[in-house]
Design a protein around this ligand. Structure first.
Ligand SMILES: *Cc1c(COP(=O)(O)O)cnc(C)c1O
Length: 746
């Protein structure tokens, strides 16, 4: 595979007809004759934005004129220095050459000199010789940047060998035999299909037993992430979580689990046959899930839960694993060192589900508020695992995930034992494009670039928040959207971590009496609050704007958000963020406000939606908002959902036993009206927020049933805005929707 990385020449005479211009153009021609593109520009221009181009170049040649290096003209040296600094800020290695006619290194200050790969004196050597010297450096630079597996894969795909192995499309050839296959081939392109090979290809190594280039890449990523072991996973963090669990949890084991966990963790409970005790997070009336209070982590509190659990016979049993959602949807983080200190040796494995947090280790801003990294104190007895979705915040393809391991002082990971669990969940036909993307995503975070990329996404997130506040100020008493977060933000730059700490009894979060230095908010997650509801759960009289309408509006205007709540929705600032993207969001929200204030007819502002739901055709945007707002208000739904999630969930049987009833069809399909006291056999998950509410084996209480009745009624009134509850089965009988839940047969 030949990549296209031009050599960039910066010389004010590049287009001039003097001898210096002639000289540099002869060199450019010699480089092009060697097969490399050259881009010539005449000034440093905007240094910051130009240095961003470092990711596209293979080398820079910077000219410095004779007369520029006299002491009277320090500007030229300063401009050179600024440019070199800006490049080196992100990139330690890209070759930089200085080009002059008679001057030598003696005239260049040391701090610039030490960053250079060479000093080119035209006329001393032939242009061909110099071109080859530059390209040799450029080539070795690019090769040093390519991580092992990606390198091997690109070489293999370019190699043109005939394959007799799977996949059957044989490097894409099968697609060429039909018109629709041709379309597929043209859309994804030759390389994606040539690189889609099976694990029989020896020179690429094996994901399943971690050998060859794949193993080298896993080690490379382990070095970059500062952990003892790192495993690539091609089926998402959903699978990473199950691997971690199956490697350490067996039937009947006790596990300690964040009640606000991803459903994959609940699946792991069912699959392993574990008995869970839950740590309960706080919640505010925006529906935002807060931290689990520090006191819940105390060994006394966990022991009490074990005491109280009817399914645990041996009350002195040591829990096998603790799983915590490290970075909730809304960005709440825990001080990992505190948790380690409290539970080291008490629980066998501490597992942080960092699906949203692979970036934190690359920036000091996050300090101790992520699981594994440089300068961490190991636990003495407990292993620490982190599972991360590289596809969520870094540059991984969908399903790209990884498992990080930190050994304890006295216990090391047994890789062979661990791999048995890894094999249980890993396809025997892993998708190599995903493997390559995990490999590349890690290599991209190599110092110093990783820190810069993370810093930039934090900065953009902060600039977005500042822009939203500025708009709010300008609207004065008029309504505007708020971004959830601390009140006092600095005017510019990246702030102290302290500004983002969740402190006790602050109004903005309303999570109550939080322990000191235990939680912070990750600013790159931004929860936007729409008007209509305050943090105490009270609804406003006017301007109630349910978030679902805003996000529908945004979607029809090309802005798709991550998650929608009642009066909030959530966006994130990944390393793929651009100023264009968030400024478009601010502009689209301004537009929404304008159309809302004018009560524009829905056929005009939500044409796609109205096509599917003509019943709303005659309404205005504000009318619709008000109608839904009134129904939410009448149902007191903010309190209802908060109370429901905080209500006492009573387990009637072990999750795995309840789910076994599903497999054996020993279940009844029970309508909402008859659920009181019944035991669910399925996971019940309302969207929003997408956090499981009841897990198999738990009993329905009245407040949960009230919520389901509200959702049923709401769905009747507002088709197109249905509250989706996974686990609720809908059947339409005589034009009426009836909802059921599969419950354990009594
Ligand atoms: C998304 C998510 C997962 C699952 O990750 P996938 O890569 O989508 O499988 C696990 N845990 C949490 C907290 C998540 O948000």
């Amino acid at each position: 595979m030949k990549f296209n990385f031009p050599v960039v020449i910066i010389d004010e005479d590049f287009r001039t007809d003097n001898s210096s211009g002639l000289g540099i153009r002869v060199l450019a021609k010699a480089i092009e004759d060697e097969g490399c593109e050259v881009i010539g520009v005449t000034s440093y221009g905007d240094v910051a934005s130009f240095s961003q181009q470092q990711s596209r170049a293979s080398a820079f040649i910077l000219s410095i004129d004779d007369e520029e290096i006299v002491e009277e003209k320090p500007e030229a040296i300063n401009a050179l220095r600024d440019f070199v600094k800006a490049i080196r800020y992100r990139n330690d290695d890209i070759p930089l050459f200085l080009h002059g006619e008679t001057r030598t290194s003696r005239h260049i200050p040391n701090d610039v000199l030490r960053e250079l790969h060479g000093f080119i004196h035209m006329y001393e050597d032939t242009p061909e010789f110099i071109a080859r010297m530059i390209l040799r450096e450029a080539k070795s630079y690019l090769e040093s940047r390519t991580p092992p597996f990606f390198k091997a894969l690109t070489q293999y795909a370019a190699d043109g060998s005939y394959s007799w192995h799977c996949p059957g499309h044989s490097g894409g050839v099968a697609f060429l035999k039909s018109p629709v296959g041709q379309m597929f081939h043209q859309f994804f392109g030759e390389n994606m299909l040539r690189a889609d090979v099976c694990n029989a290809v020896d020179e690429l190594g094996q994901l399943l037993d971690h050998t060859g280039p794949i193993a080298a890449s896993e080690r490379n990523a382990a070095r970059i992430y500062n952990c003892d072991h790192l495993y690539f996973v091609t089926n998402g963090t959903s699978t990473s979580n199950k691997i971690v669990w199956n490697s350490t949890v067996a039937p009947g084991d006790v596990v300690v689990v964040d009640r606000n966990c991803h459903k994959s963790v609940l699946h792991a409970i069912i699959m392993t046959g574990a008995i869970p005790v839950f740590l309960m997070p706080t919640r505010n009336h925006f529906g935002i899930i807060g931290p689990i209070p520090k006191s819940e982590f105390s060994w006394e509190s966990i022991q009490q839960k074990i005491q109280d659990n009817p399914f645990i016979e041996d009350k002195n049993i040591k829990p096998r694993v603790l799983t915590i959602t490290q970075s909730t949807y809304d960005g709440v983080l825990y001080n990992v060192e505190d948790i380690k200190e409290m539970l080291d040796g008490k629980i066998d494995t501490l597992h942080f589900d960092e699906a949203w947090l692979p970036h934190a280790t690359f920036h000091d801003f996050y300090g101790d508020y992520h699981a594994i990294g440089a300068d961490r104190t190991r636990c003495k007895e407990s292993m620490v695992f982190s599972t991360q979705s590289t596809h969520k915040l870094l540059a991984g393809l969908s399903q790209a995930s990884q498992i990080l391991v930190e050994n304890a002082e006295n216990i090391q990971l047994d890789r062979d034992v661990f791999n048995e669990a890894y094999l249980m969940h890993t396809s025997t036909s892993p998708q190599y494009a995903i493997v390559a993307s995990i490999d590349v995503a890690a290599a991209m975070m190599e110092a110093p670039e990783g820190q810069v990329l993370v810093e930039e996404s934090i900065m953009e997130a902060l600039d977005f928040r500042r822009a939203m506040r500025k708009v709010e100020k300008e609207w004065g008493d008029d309504w505007w959207f708020k971004v959830w977060g601390p009140d006092d933000l600095s005017e510019e730059g990246i702030e102290e971590r302290d500004a983002w700490m969740l402190k006790a009894n602050e109004d903005w979060h309303d999570f109550g009496d939080l322990a000191e230095n235990f939680n912070m908010l990750d600013p790159i997650k931004a929860t936007i609050i729409t008007p209509g509801l305050n943090i105490k759960g009270n609804f406003t009289k006017e301007n109630g704007i349910p978030a679902a309408i805003v996000t529908k509006y945004l979607a029809e205007h090309g802005v798709v958000v991550e998650k929608t709540g009642l009066y909030s929705f959530f966006i994130m600032f990944t390393i793929g963020i651009t100023k264009g993207r968030w400024n478009t969001m601010v502009a689209a929200l301004q537009q929404f406000k304008d159309e809302y204030d004018k009560n524009q007819p829905l056929w005009k502002v939500l044409p796609e939606f109205i096509k599917k739901n003509p019943r709303y055709e005659m309404l205005g945007l504000r009318d619709l908002c008000t109608q839904i707002h009134e129904v939410y208000k009448a149902g007191d739904v903010a309190r209802l959902t908060t109370d429901m999630y905080l209500s006492n969930m009573v387990p009637a049987m072990r999750p795995t036993d309840a789910f076994a009833k599903m497999a054996h069809r020993a279940i009844d399909r029970v309508s909402i009206d008859d659920l009181e006291g019944r035991t669910t056999a399925v996971l019940l998950t309302p969207y929003p927020p997408g956090i499981p509410l009841l897990i198999p084996g738990e009993q329905f209480n009245t407040i949960i049933i009230d919520y389901l009745k509200f959702a049923r009624n709401f769905n009747e009134c507002f088709p197109g805005f249905e509250t989706d509850v996974h686990g609720l089965v809908k059947k339409v009988v005589d034009g009426k929707s009836i909802y059921y839940v599969d419950c354990v047969r009594d």
